[in-house]
Design a protein around this ligand. Structure first.
Ligand SMILES: Cc1cc2nc3c(=O)[nH]c(=O)nc-3n(C[C@H](O)[C@H](O)[C@H](O)COP(=O)(O)O)c2cc1C
Length: 389
């Protein structure tokens, strides 16, 4: 059975329902890890007022008993602490016409889903669109991803992320476990305090002029066994699956694996990671491939970078038109952020964890944790023998 998750819910609705299907039974679930990732998703200098209001209260609904997965679909409810304030406009059955009219969005924001979504469904205003297109849904993805991350940790695989740039300011990728821990606890998702200060300044400047900023983040997966994924069909290639999952993050506009776009400028002799003999094991001298060759992991760290555009809701709104009056207008302003890169990188960890957990479950069988671990161990030992000189 393939591992997958579905969500339902709206940004200002009652909350989100998350169903994660296909997780093997016998996995110990850590509520703390889910809480930590939800807290990290809310982080970041330059986040809007909503981050202070949101509480991310969640409750397990099914699929976990006594702290362990049962093999049944896992259900989690993530509540919206502001639901009562929005009930009048958002109630499933009794919508108050006046409140709904106040919340109507008739001036679509360039860069958001407002206009495209209205065109898709023929809506007269965009409230239904932004309620579902909103990146609030990434809190639900973070819950599902944190469970997948727990599964990977159990197999000895770590998925971590760090911010690598905001606007034109760049930050280095962490190089040691200590540095990763720094990035993990940093409000900006970076290692050093002076990098934090530079990035904050860039956000302050954008915020003061009513603007927003994008950036890049990287996800690094360590201790991934070689041979996971497939080259057999286009839609089974692991690099393609990662790119799809990461590109689905709202405001993601580019995904690169390993050396990515830079590799296109170099000759093959400088790009491909040669096999070198390290004591009695064959290994690689570099990792330009980002840990994936032919859609299959090669035993090196997986390295994926994601580029995010600046978010579309600007305090100094862009030019648009009013769909009802057909007159030129300034775009709708919804309470919002200036920069979401530190938050988005946590969502990147979640989506990477999902894809990798899916591929492992498909390959090693997904019913019982113990059986899966046994089969994975055999696989790792076979690969080690293959690389032994
Ligand atoms: C964590 C996170 C928070 C976001 N917050 C906002 C926000 O406050 N305001 C906004 O306009 N866009 C925000 N976005 C981006 C929009 O959701 C996104 O641009 C929009 O859904 C259109 O999708 P697209 O940019 O992928 O085309 C956020 C994105 C992420 C990942």
């Amino acid at each position: 059975m393939s591992l997958r998750f579905l969500t339902c819910g709206e940004s200002h609705g009652k909350g989100y329902l998350i169903i994660l299907e296909g997780m093997p039974c016998g996995l110990a679930i850590s509520k703390e890890l889910i809480e930590q990732d939800l807290t990290r998703r809310r982080r970041g200098y330059g986040r809007g007022e909503r981050m202070k209001l949101e509480k991310d209260e969640f409750e397990f609904f099914g699929g976990v008993r006594g702290g362990f997965t049962t093999g049944n679909p896992i259900g989690v409810v993530l509540r919206n602490s502001e639901w009562e304030k929005w009930r009048g406009a958002m109630d499933p059955f009794k919508v108050d016409k006046e409140e709904a009219a106040q919340k109507a969005v008739t001036r679509p924001r360039p860069g958001h889903a407002d206009f495209a979504g209205m065109a898709k469904f023929g809506f007269e205003e965009a409230r239904n669109v932004l309620e579902r297109a909103s990146a609030r849904a990434t809190a639900a993805w973070t819950v599902a991803g944190a469970i997948c991350k727990t599964f990977l940790i159990e197999l000895g695989i770590t998925v971590r992320s760090a911010v690598t740039s905001i606007g034109t300011e760049t930050a280095d990728l962490p190089e040691s476990d200590e540095k990763w821990a720094e990035a993990y606890s940093s409000d900006m998702g970076v290692t050093e305090r002076n990098m934090e200060a530079r990035l904050r300044r860039a956000i302050d400047e954008a915020g003061q002029s009513g603007d927003s900023l994008g950036g890049t983040f990287a996800v690094v997966v360590k201790n991934v066994p070689a041979g996971i994924g497939s080259y057999g069909e286009w839609d089974r290639r692991l690099d393609g699956r990662l790119a799809q999952a990461l590109m689905a993050i709202p405001s993601a506009k580019g995904v690169e694996i390993g050396g990515g776009f830079e590799l296109s400028k170099k000759p093959g002799s400088e790009v491909h990671d040669e096999f070198v003999l390290l004591s009695d094991q064959w290994d690689r001298g570099s990792n330009n491939a980002g840990g994936i060759e032919g859609g299959v992991t090669n035993g090196q760290d997986i390295l994926v970078r994601v580029a995010l555009k600046p978010i579309p809701t600007l305090k100094k709104p862009l030019h648009t038109f009013d769909v009802q009056t057909k007159q030129g207008a300034t775009a709708h302003v919804e309470r919002g952020d200036v920069c979401v890169v530190p938050a988005a990188c946590v969502v990147g960890e979640a989506m990477t964890s999902l894809v990798l957990a899916q591929a492992i479950c498909e390959q090693f069988g997904g019913d019982r944790m113990e059986d899966l671990k046994g089969r994975l161990k055999e696989h790792i030992e076979r690969t080690r023998r293959m690389l032994h000189a």
